[in-house]
Design a binder for this molecule. Structure first.
Ligand SMILES: Nc1ncnc2c1ncn2[C@@H]1O[C@H](COP(=O)(O)OP(=O)(O)O)[C@@H](O)[C@H]1O
Ligand SMILES: [Mg+2]
Length: 173
């Protein structure tokens, strides 16, 4: 087992550096293939941080056309059908817990697919509902992403191809 892998494995969260949109898409695809079906993912970060770009790469790896993925700012929840169903929510315009419940987000059947949520940090109630959080920040045009979440889910990512490309993404644990 490579040394770098071992070192990262002991951490509870880790960080990646993503230089281009293409790299973001590729990284997202690698994560999509590593995660167990039924994983709920929160994408946190300012406008333009790369959340929707991440969803495009994630969906593409599950045989969903890149163009099918659009920002659900107004539709609130999009459903894409590929190898498995992918639900993509954007809570930017949602103002209250009641309104959130009315979107139907808690009623989705996601066990065979995935749910990705932009702006989950607006609602405390989502903290326990989601399994994994990706926290995006922009630094001089490039993006850094911190990954936090349930231990067993982090372990799947740690065992994925992402870590074989660890040097490329500048992973730190
Ligand atoms: N490293 C990068 N990763 C992702 N997007 C990037 C990167 N560098 C530049 N961009 C650009 O930043 C924008 C990100 O937009 P988007 O993914 O819609 O963000 P968000 O959903 O967080 O508002 C896109 O125009 C994309 O081309
Ligand atoms: Mg977006």
């Amino acid at each position: 087992m490579p040394k770098q892998h071992k070192r990262v494995k002991s951490s509870k969260h880790f960080k990646l550096f993503i230089k281009t949109p293409a790299e973001m898409m590729h990284m997202a695809g690698t994560i999509a293939k590593a995660l167990p079906a039924g994983t709920f993912i929160g994408l946190i970060g300012e406008l333009g941080a790369g959340k929707t770009t991440f969803v495009k790469g994630f969906a593409a790896a599950l045989k969903i056309q890149k163009d099918a993925v659009t920002s659900p700012t107004f539709t609130i929840i999009n459903e894409y059908n590929g190898a498995v169903p992918v639900f993509h929510a954007d809570l930017y315009r949602i103002g209250s817990d009641d309104e959130l419940a009315r979107t139907g987000i808690y009623d989705l059947t996601v066990d065979k697919g995935f749910l990705l949520v932009e702006w989950p940090e607006k609602f405390k109630s989502l903290a326990n509902y989601l399994d994994l959080f990706l926290i995006f920040s922009i630094k001089k045009g490039s993006r850094s992403i911190r990954i936090k979440g349930k231990k067993e889910i982090l372990r799947e990512i740690e065992n994925s191809k992402i870590f074989k490309r660890g040097r490329k993404y500048g992973i730190s644990g």
